[in-house]
Design a protein around this ligand. Structure first.
Ligand SMILES: [Zn+2]
Length: 444
């Protein structure tokens, strides 16, 4: 992507407070004046219980699970809540009780006592129609994992593949950035995209869909349609960075989120008018480069914040093994506009095309392969933990605790699965299994 991105983010920061900055973890919004929880609503759905907190403004929050006994803890920063409001929420078969208290003077902590372990997910919804700001907490059922050593009689898995949309940046009349040796970003992104497609398709339980298959111009709208029509579980946009100073180098990854880390952001987000403009307004005013604007805006529309960050950091960890990283953490920029269907998305700046050495790397088949394999490993690592329900990767016949003298080969044989499937299901790339490590036995 062009160096305009920096300018773009800067100008956004200046205009409205959303700066690109690092914010790992779960914090998803910020404002400096306090919010209020106006209501809490609960609904039961297949596979999860949803709690919706109606707020009168944006709020920073984090959520985590505790075990023994099972609890989920929700912290909402700088927010007040009328006493007794949690008592409105009826206990049910999952939620045994709800407690709340004030933390650090201005924050609230809500603790859900649960009858069983869950996987909590949270996200923010911005006002739409009659509804105002909402914080949504979903408590997802954990996959039941009964340990099984029994050999199932060749159970046929009808589970679907995880689908990964690969979006090669630019194309056709839009070449993207150009390197000193004349390399064009659109060419590189397509080459890496094709390699990535192959690598991903080699993974059991995964299927890649190329958003752009050849050198043609594609509008962002069409890119999104393509990903959505393919029912993508994730979208990876590939770009190459560019900067006037040829020394700038390294890979970076972007995920979109309302950013709670930057004080400037917090300060400016406090201005509700500005925040509203940003969340809903058009971005024409701030943006110089169309593609950059569109991609970032798309990420903001499709990205589910936590998943995108999570995927981004898994990929970044792997990218680090093949290239210097420009920024050590997944960069966040953007907005909290969440619209269904959500596709967690990341944008990867594979390297600086404006750096002669990296330009050479970007052109090199062997380097492209390394990058593609690194991305694939990151994707696999993520989905081995967070595969969408109904996919082969989410399915498992049970957990297996690795013993002192266990090897992958032996475990695979004992459980009647292929070593390859075992690796794919657990994103195992080295043979150094540790005793005590728990791995999933895939369905055969
Ligand atoms: Zn680009």
């Amino acid at each position: 992507m062009e160096n305009h991105r920096r300018k773009f983010l800067k100008s956004l920061a200046g205009l409205s407070g959303l700066a690109a900055s690092v914010s790992p973890g779960l914090s998803v919004a910020a404002k400096s004046s306090s919010s209020q929880v106006k209501d809490i609503r609960l609904s039961k759905n297949k596979g999860y219980v949803r709690l919706v907190f109606d707020l009168d403004g944006l709020a920073n929050h984090s959520v985590f699970a505790l075990h023994g006994p099972e609890r989920v803890v929700l912290d909402i920063k700088n927010t007040r809540m009328t006493h007794g409001i949690v008592d409105q929420v009826q206990a049910n078969s999952l939620i045994r009780g709800i407690r709340s208290g004030v933390r650090n003077g201005d924050d609230i902590r809500i603790v859900f006592d649960l009858s069983k372990g869950v996987t909590p997910r949270s996200f923010l919804l911005t006002p739409s129609g009659k509804a105002g700001h909402r914080l949504v907490l979903d408590l997802h059922d954990k996959k039941s994992t009964t340990s099984s050593t029994k050999k199932s009689t060749a159970k046929k898995s009808k589970k679907r593949d995880v689908i990964i949309a690969i979006d090669a940046g630019h194309g056709g009349k839009d070449p993207g950035a150009t390197g000193r040796a004349g390399t064009r970003e659109k060419t590189i992104t397509l080459q890496i995209a094709r390699r990535l497609e192959k690598d991903i398709n080699k993974q059991r339980g995964m299927k890649a869909v190329l958003v752009r298959k050849n050198d043609r111009y594609m509008r962002l709208r069409d890119r999104i349609h393509k990903a959505r029509n393919a029912h993508a579980d994730m979208m990876i946009s590939l770009h190459a960075d560019s900067f006037p100073d040829p020394r700038a180098r390294g890979s970076s990854i972007y995920a979109l989120s309302v950013d709670g880390a930057s004080s400037e952001t917090a300060r400016l987000l406090a201005d509700k008018e500005n925040a509203a403009d940003l969340l809903f307004g058009d971005m024409e005013f701030a943006v110089e480069d169309k593609m950059v604007k569109e991609v970032l805006f798309d990420l903001s529309l499709t990205g589910t914040i936590e998943s995108s960050l999570d995927i981004g950091s898994e990929i970044l960890k792997q990218i680090k093994t093949v290239n210097r990283v420009h920024k050590k953490k997944v960069q966040q920029a953007g907005f909290a506009v969440l619209k269904a269907p959500n596709i967690p998305s990341v944008l990867i700046e594979t390297a600086f095309i404006s750096n002669p050495r990296e330009e050479k790397n970007l052109r090199s088949a062997s380097h492209q392969k390394k990058v593609s394999k690194a991305i694939t490993r990151g994707v696999n690592k993520y989905f081995s933990r967070k595969a969408p329900p109904g996919t082969w990767l989410a399915e498992s016949d049970g957990d297996y605790t690795v013993g002192e003298s266990d090897g992958l080969h032996q475990i695979a044989r004992d459980n009647n699965v292929s070593e390859e499937d075992l690796r794919a299901r657990n994103a195992l790339y080295a043979d150094n299994l540790k005793a005590g490590q728990v791995i999933k036995i895939p369905v055969s």
